[in-house]
Design a protein. Structure first.
Length: 177
């Protein structure tokens, strides 16, 4: 059984708040690029970029980042270095302020992999992390700079983020494992 903890309106408010915080912390949007971590982070990144466009009247580049080759829970050929493949990024991150966007921050391993992928693309000026949900239980010393909602949960629970672009609705649910 799943319990809805964030509905569509609350999600929209959280993303708007994150957008304002990004503008404030970066003193505008100069040299800003946004990378959404596949899958749901991509759609959240696009929403943030759209809101930035509305507020600042500037188009901020948005890319899709596939971190699969960098994951430490998938066996890879030890002879080859990971390559950024499956990414849809048509701009340079060199010297840019990169905002990584993901749906849920849990152990930190996805973000570690994403940072490795970004560094293989170039050397950004900075990397910040925006997440819709921070559920705790970190295994690595990683924290989000912008958080939509903190949802303390047990490790037996699962946080499920739905986005209308692929799930036909916006919501965050807690499911018992």
């Amino acid at each position: 059984m799943a319990k809805v903890v964030v509905d569509a309106m609350a999600m929209q408010r959280a993303l708007t708040r994150i957008t304002y915080e990004i503008i404030e912390r970066n003193k505008g949007v100069d040299d800003l690029v946004i990378l959404g971590i596949k899958t749901r982070g991509v759609y959240l990144a696009r929403r943030i970029a759209s809101r930035l466009q509305q507020l600042e009247n500037v188009t901020v580049p948005v890319g899709d980042l596939d971190i699969t080759p960098y994951r430490d829970d998938i066996e890879h050929d030890a002879q080859t270095e990971p390559e950024v493949t499956g990414a849809n990024i048509d701009f340079s991150v060199e010297g840019k302020k990169v905002i990584l966007v993901d749906d849920v921050l849990y152990t930190g391993r996805t973000i570690r992999a994403a940072m490795s992928a970004v560094m293989d693309l170039g050397r950004p000026k900075s990397i910040n992390l925006a997440v819709l949900v921070d559920r705790g239980h970190r295994e690595l010393p990683i924290r989000a700079d912008f958080v939509g909602k903190n949802i303390p949960s047990s490790q037996r629970e699962r946080i499920r983020v739905s986005v209308s672009e692929i799930d036909d609705r916006d919501a965050v649910e807690i499911q018992q494992a």
